[in-house]
Design a protein around this ligand. Structure first.
Ligand code: ADP
Ligand code: MG
Length: 395
């Protein structure tokens, strides 16, 4: 088959019928079903997950869809409508960490992780189609994994609860793909619901749905993908984690989750200046997540703008994980009408979000595009996302 273009924010997923029909053409039999799982955006709560704190992501209206058929043998055949890898054929016996290449490590990682849990996984044929933009900080990889785990959970009759599917995909990412990720992305994808954000406690995995609807408030959420990824991202992440661990140790707590805003004065006397600022970010960010949850429930999204702004300032000044492109995206969208904006994701590049009145959308878009051009930066990708349903079977 010929390679499809890179999925972008504007690419529509083909209809369910189309995907099933294409599966039948490619594999010679109809699929057992079609499942989908969304990408995610983190509304607030950055670098709080590994401190056993709070995050507030939501599932977005961009999904990975998989048509899956069960085979009678141990062959596994995988095909994506995107990319030039073509059909990949392997067997269940070959499923080992490090064995897979390209995108197939996500579905194969999930199959491996389920098998590691003692679930009997059959040979399958699988066709993937996704309109979650790749590498834009929307977790296109988790969208694939969550669609696959939802499909296999049903097809094998394993009956895993959402929490266990979250852990299975985390295992796939950590031990098969080799990415040291937490539980936020797949929790949003598997447990999200339309018009809601997922308030997740990373200590006990408890998830609560919080109403989050932008449309009735006359707002949209813009994602501004800066398309930059600064090279010190990995080292920066590791050193931030180390600072957080040091902070918790000196403060005598299990994790920074256990430090309250009221403890910060004491912390400033115990910690060196840099570690203190790292700790202050995490402690105040946890508090901002809690405040965001309260305000969303009581007043709606129009009331959270200042919290988004404060989150960005904290990441820029205390945690020092922003970069000039993200700061420009945030500052420009605020100056041209957004009611709140922040970088989202791990930092040192990636995307910012801007909560924007519908009436200001065009102004914000134009201002950001021209500010980037003026600064000599590559043109950003700007698109809207809305809180959508979590993973499900669609055919
Ligand atoms: P993110 O999850 O933030 O989008 P990652 O680097 O974790 O970024 O995952 C991106 C990878 O996911 C791509 O390199 C590719 O291997 C895979 N991927 C995502 N969507 C598709 C798709 N539709 N077809 C094939 N591979 C995909
Ligand atoms: Mg990813």
């Amino acid at each position: 088959m010929s390679a499809a273009p890179h999925p972008t924010a504007d690419s529509a997923a083909p209809g369910t019928q189309d995907l099933a029909a294409r599966f039948t053409r490619e594999f010679g039999a109809a699929p057992a079903g079609v499942w989908q799982a969304p990408g995610r955006v983190n509304l607030i709560g950055e670098h709080t997950d590994y401190n056993e704190g709070f995050v507030l992501p939501f599932a977005i209206d961009r999904t990975a869809r998989v048509a899956v058929g069960i085979r009678q043998d141990s062959t596994v055949r995988l095909l994506s409508t995107y990319g030039d890898q073509g059909m990949v054929s392997t067997t269940l016996d070959a499923l080992e960490p490090g064995s897979a290449k390209g995108w197939t490590k996500y579905p194969l990682g999930v199959m491996w992780a389920l098998r590691e849990r003692g679930i009997k996984v059959p040979g399958i044929d699988l066709l993937l189609d996704s309109n979650v933009p790749l590498g834009a900080g929307l977790s296109s990889s988790h969208a694939i994994e969550c669609a696959v785990v939802t499909a296999l959970n049903e097809l094998t009759g394993a009956g895993l609860a959402a929490e266990d599917m979250v852990l299975a995909t985390q295992r796939a990412e950590n031990d098969f793909v080799g990415a040291p990720t937490g539980i936020m992305d797949q929790s949003a994808s598997l447990r999200g619901a339309k018009g809601h954000a997922v308030f997740l406690d990373c200590r006990d995995q408890n998830a609560t749905l919080v109403p989050f609807e932008t449309e009735p408030a006359g707002l949209i959420l813009l994602v501004i993908d800066t398309k930059v990824s600064h090279s010190h991202a990995d080292g920066g992440y590791a050193s931030r984690r180390a600072s957080c661990e040091l902070g918790a140790e000196v403060m005598g707590v299990k994790a920074l989750r256990d430090v309250q805003v009221g403890d910060l004065e004491e912390a400033s006397g115990l910690l060196d200046e840099v570690t203190f600022r790292r700790v202050r970010h995490v402690v105040t960010e946890n508090d901002r997540v809690l405040q965001t949850v309260e305000r969303l429930a009581a007043e709606g999204p129009a009331a959270i703008g200042t919290l988004l702004d404060a989150s960005h300032a904290s990441m820029r000044d205390d945690f020092e994980i922003s970069c000039p492109e993200l700061d420009l995206a945030v500052d420009t969208s605020r100056a041209s009408g957004a009611i709140g904006a922040r970088m989202t994701g791990g930092g040192f590049g990636g995307a910012a979000i801007a909560l924007t009145p519908v009436a200001s959308e065009e102004k914000v878009r134009a201002a950001v595009v021209s500010a980037f051009a003026e600064a000599g930066y590559a043109a950003p990708d700007i698109f809207t996302v809305s809180p959508a349903a979590g993973a499900m079977r669609i055919a």
